[in-house]
Write a protein that binds this ligand. Structure first.
Ligand code: GDP
Length: 501
């Protein structure tokens, strides 16, 4: 959306996705929409606001029935009661690209201009039907891959984010008006606002913005999703766990070590959060402790490619799931892996818990990781525990252990829960979450400008200077929801202060 086009011309586009379908829609918006539509098709009744009308799509400029190539339903929405606030016509024909292109071609020949991507929504925005966050939500709704994403977009489209920002903005504008009035109308007996009041007003603006900024933690992942790399040595059950999480057989499971040579990925929706699961090839490397000399030399090219991809997936992933085998002692490769993810959001699944007898003695920390500050034990019968001595801050506190069995399903719900907690950082879903970096940066800029204003006020800096910071905060909020004009502020000054009476 460019924001510079005049909105006096009539635009047209095929609004349904490319390809064949039951229905295809050509949309027209602008002053000539109705008259162009009336020439495009043979209407059986005149157009009327919000009424569907049957029409014939004719092959040529002929009125004979033999020239009819399709039957369409035409709906007209008169300005300003339409999506774009202009006259708008939707012609729903059968979803044949040939018919739709014929209609569009004719509409262009009749004086319409081909709409640019997003231009219908841009017109709605320019007409004040939507603010910027709502226009963005239209795009997000169309791109939604999970129902949660769609709900989030719909709530933003309904103005949830704007409603959270609006009261803060209103208070900010009031504070600006208060200071402006004190400066500009001192001779009209408008009192200069005391420092303490400015401080308290700025103080009230900050918490809702801080809360909004914090909502980005969850909003971002609802919007963008996350990648979870499943890593571990061959045959520990990575693919089986992956399948359990995906709940259908996507990765190939075999009993031969190292057969998942490449990475396999699948997108799942975990409590509405799009999660890209990446099942990596076993992290077996040439330096593997168990690998004999001969074996090391015979690491296949394909497997090395797989290992490289594994490492890339590991480096790229936001979350890591390390899979260990409950029946096998930890090897050097696994120790390296655990060390590599220390401090990163990671989970450890101690898999094949079904093969371990209840009460089976488990290796202690020294056998597991060869370091005193690492886990005391990995007990596959424990539902979930945190690795590491709580007193030692070595990055291991972030890693959670979960006993799982891909065979019986034991521990899988707990694993899902932990993945979700790790993904969201515990942040709950809330209305009007920030979902894009653009939103987050606008809020952060507003907060930083408010902090500057608070400092300036505390330092008894002249109000003109404090106002500059407050205006910066206002512009940042404006960039989210729309502009505050000098008139808005002047009107407020006049309505509040009875100036010039
Ligand atoms: P990967 O190489 O790490 O991806 O391991 P796979 O998922 O291919 O599993 C290797 C073998 O272990 C297969 O024969 C699986 O059936 C078996 N397996 C995987 N998870 C479990 C489990 O939890 N319990 C048992 N008993 N066997 C499992």
């Amino acid at each position: 959306m460019t924001g510079t086009k005049p909105t006096t011309d009539t635009i047209a586009a095929i609004s349904t996705p490319p390809g064949r379908g039951g229905i295809g829609i050509v949309r027209l918006s602008g002053p000539e929409a109705a008259s162009i539509a009336a020439q495009l098709v043979r209407l059986r009744q005149p157009l009327e606001h919000a009424r569907a009308r049957l029409a014939d799509v004719l092959d040529e400029n002929s009125s004979s029935d033999a020239a009819r190539i399709d039957e369409a339903v035409v709906t007209f929405f008169g300005a300003p009661h339409s999506y774009t606030a202009e006259d708008l016509v939707e012609i729903a024909a059968h979803g044949s690209p040939v018919v739709l292109e014929l209609l569009l071609g004719r509409a262009l020949a009749l004086g319409a201009r081909l709409a640019e991507p997003g231009e219908f929504t841009q017109r709605a925005f320019l007409a004040g039907k939507l603010d910027l966050t709502q226009a963005e939500a239209v795009r997000d709704l169309i791109a939604a891959q999970t129902l949660t994403q769609a709900r989030q977009a719909a709530s933003q489209m309904g103005g949830a984010l704007s409603r959270r920002v609006a009261p803060v903005k209103q208070e900010l504008v009031e504070l600006i008006a208060l200071l402006e009035a004190g400066i500009d109308f001192a001779e009209d007996d408008v009192e200069v606002t005391p420092q303490a009041e400015i401080a308290s007003r700025i103080g009230e603006l900050t918490p809702p913005l801080t809360a909004l900024e914090a909502s980005f933690a969850r909003g971002r992942i609802v919007h963008d999703g996350l990648t979870l790399a499943i890593v571990g040595r061959p045959n520990v059950g990575k693919s089986s766990l992956f399948n359990r999480l995906v709940e259908r057989d996507r990765a190939i499971v075999t009993a031969t070590p190292g057969t998942t040579r490449d990475t396999v990925s699948e997108r799942i929706s975990l409590d509405g959060i799009p999660l890209e699961l990446v099942d990596t090839a076993g992290l077996r490397s040439g330096q593997s402790d168990e690998a004999g000399e001969g074996q090391r030399e015979h690491v296949q090219e394909a497997e090395q490619l797989g290992i490289r991809r594994s490492r890339e997936a590991l480096a790229d992933a936001a979350l890591v799931l390390i899979v260990l085998d409950a029946t096998e002692p930890l090897n050097g490769e696994e120790r390296r892996l655990l060390t590599a993810v220390a401090g990163r959001p990671a989970l450890v699944a101690v898999n094949k818990s079904d093969l371990v007898e209840p009460g089976h003695p488990l290796p202690d920390s020294t056998t597991l990781l060869g370091a005193p500050s690492i886990p005391r034990s990995v007990h596959p019968n424990a539902q979930s525990s945190c690795v590491g001595d709580p007193g030692v801050r070595n990055g291991w506190e972030s890693i959670h252990l979960i006993a799982t069995s891909a065979l019986t399903g034991e521990g899988i719900p707990a694993l899902r829960e932990r993945i979700l907690a790790l993904a969201t950082g515990g942040a709950a879903a809330e209305p009007g979450m920030l979902t894009s970096l653009r939103h987050q940066q606008a809020i952060a800029a507003a907060l930083s400008a408010l902090a500057d204003a608070a400092r300036a006020n505390a330092a008894s800096i002249p109000h003109e200077m404090i106002l500059m910071d407050l205006y910066r905060a206002l512009w940042a909020l404006d960039s989210l929801t729309g502009q505050t004009t000098p008139d808005d502020i002047l009107n407020l000054i006049f309505s509040t202060f009875c100036i010039g009476k």
